[in-house]
Design a protein around this ligand. Structure first.
Ligand SMILES: C[S@@+](CC[C@H](N)C(=O)[O-])C[C@H]1O[C@@H](n2cnc3c(N)ncnc32)[C@H](O)[C@@H]1O
Length: 217
């Protein structure tokens, strides 16, 4: 497998763990409740996060006129996808381990005029249900810290990305989100990790699967 131009971008993170990651063994009702909580957060305190992040991703990776397939891994309510859909011509897939998000996601996508340009697929980051070289772009926000075997997940992302593809994996905010707004969104959500340390750890994991990486912090 040769993907010489792949650039995997791990974004040094500012933000929040949403506390909403059910494992495969958790019960239906737990997953349903986790989806409800995350949907509420996405409509509430996290609502200002998605549009600027989509704006940044589209600008940085020149997606505005690009077609093809984008996958949001751990997309949950799909709020980032909705914003990406509005700004691109791509087909976006909500790939999440919790299918309780999917009815809400389809409803919102329909309301936003994105029907026919989105799909939802039950997916575990560590064993993606997509063929090799399938996707042009991966995005993932607020999910990677829930993946038990990150090296395996990054390996899967690399396998599924087309040569030349790009993956934007991070935790939170667009670079230009005003600091005061970021603080307000984070209020009450203690982040007990060191940004630099976390970035180094992720860089090491990515090196395991792709020596051609480009890591931005
Ligand atoms: C904090 S929520 C973030 C949701 C969304 N990305 C957002 O920013 O609004 C974390 C998401 O990751 C998903 N998730 C957790 N572990 C996963 C895994 N192993 N594979 C795929 N999705 C996973 C959860 O179901 C949940 O939707």
């Amino acid at each position: 497998m040769k993907k010489t131009k792949l650039s995997l971008v791990i974004v040094g993170v500012l933000l929040l763990a949403g506390g909403c990651a059910p494992s495969r063994t958790e019960t239906k009702s737990k997953q349903a409740r986790a989806a409800e909580r995350m949907i509420k957060a996405s409509e509430g305190r996290l609502a200002p996060v998605y549009a600027p992040l989509a704006e940044q991703i589209v600008r940085d990776y020149k997606l505005a006129d690009k077609g093809g397939i984008g996958i949001d891994l751990g997309s949950g309510p799909g709020s980032l996808i909705i914003e990406l859909c509005k700004r691109t011509k791509m087909h976006w897939i909500n790939a999440d381990i919790n299918p309780y998000f999917f009815p809400y996601f389809y409803k919102r996508a329909g309301e936003a005029g994105c029907s026919g340009r989105v799909s939802a697929v039950y997916a575990d980051a560590q064993e993606l249900p997509f063929r090799d070289n399938y996707a042009d772009v991966f995005v993932s926000r607020g999910s990677y810290h829930f993946w038990d075997d990150k090296a395996k997940a990054f390996g899967e992302i690399y396998r599924v990305l087309k040569p030349g593809g790009v993956a934007f994996i991070g935790r939170g905010f667009a670079d230009e989100l005003p600091l005061e707004l970021a603080k307000k969104i984070r209020a009450g959500h203690k982040m007990n990790y060191d940004k630099k340390e976390k970035a180094q750890e992720l860089q090491a994991r990515i090196s395991q699967v792709n020596p051609c990486k480009k890591v931005r912090f």
